[in-house]
Design a protein around this ligand. Sequence first.
Ligand code: NAD
Length: 353
Amino acid sequence: MRIPQRRTLCTGEKLGMIKVGINGYGTIGRRVADAVRVQKDMSVVGIVKTKPDYVAREASKNYRLFCSGKENLKSFSEEGLEAEGTIDDLLDDVDIIVDATPEGQGEKNLPMYRNKKVKAIFQGGESSGMVEASFNAYSNFMDSWGKDYVRVVSCNTTAMARTVSAVMNRFGVRKLDATIIRRATDPNDSKKGPINSVEPSLKFPSHHGPDLKTVLRIGEANTVAIKVPTTLMHVHVVNLTVDKSITEDDVNDLFKEYRRIITIRGKDGLPSTAQIMDMAREMGRKRGDLFEIAVWKESIYANNNTLRYIQAVHQESDVVPENVDAIRAMLQEKDRESSVDETDRTLEIRGKT
Ligand code: NAD
């Protein structure tokens, strides 16, 4: 039986708003919180933090704070931060929780959400087997319609699902071969590496190919991933075998139809991920985020049934609009087109060529 929707009111909230909690306020959680906050049909009831650090201090200016466990409450008050309770209290007051805790912790949290009868969205670090559906707004929005437990796929899978599903819908895609050049870690992390080596995934396919199949009906998806010492973005070299003959103009026109894909040109001063991230900062987005997948125009090569292109992926933010859309799908709030339109409008995702 599905979890019934609560939609009760708490102080200062409008009737009918989807009440969202955020468990895990790191790279992804804080961005999803800010994205939910600007939606008209949902509100952030609170966020869960483990430590009263600088992130908690900043978060407390906008959000009600909750602790991951009773044992942490004292440490917050000692640092002059008011935590209103624990995750348990937050779960009593939300329609849905976005779990953005570190890889593997989401699976441990699932029984807690089930006990509290709260819907939950997990992130790409969790396995597809623990949820009812994996989610990408462009490729399979309706698979999560009304579902209780859903996973928004990883940053890499989200990026491939976006551009490949666009091509698939118009030209059909039989086969994908992709090389994923992965950033080593995120900019705020000083622990992980490599800092002076290149680390291939070794096995074919890397986990990305099978993961893509959880959100896209594609026959063959062969991927290899190579980790490199950078924190800015991932880069994908994508090679597709398509059903219908395709030209470079077709691809340029096609990508213009999707706001979450932008085409950029090296000759416009964007030859590498360094300048793309600089462009994002110039665009004035909070944290210099780039929600869109950036495809280099010069890299697009099309010949009969072959299409190749290279795309750059801002791993910290491309999954953020998908989390917002997944909330609407699970709460049966809006259909795909209306949800994507609303998310893009509020996050100022306008597309660009
Ligand atoms: P992160 O380490 O930046 O953030 C996780 C946060 O959760 C931290 O603030 C941590 O203190 C907190 N936390 C740890 N244990 C907790 C607990 N028991 N309860 C509540 N909070 C807890 O991690 P992240 O990069 O945001 O990744 C979160 C998820 O998103 C993972 O599944 C990851 O695979 C996925 N993801 C990450 C990226 C990325 O590039 N960073 C991109 C897409 C998806």
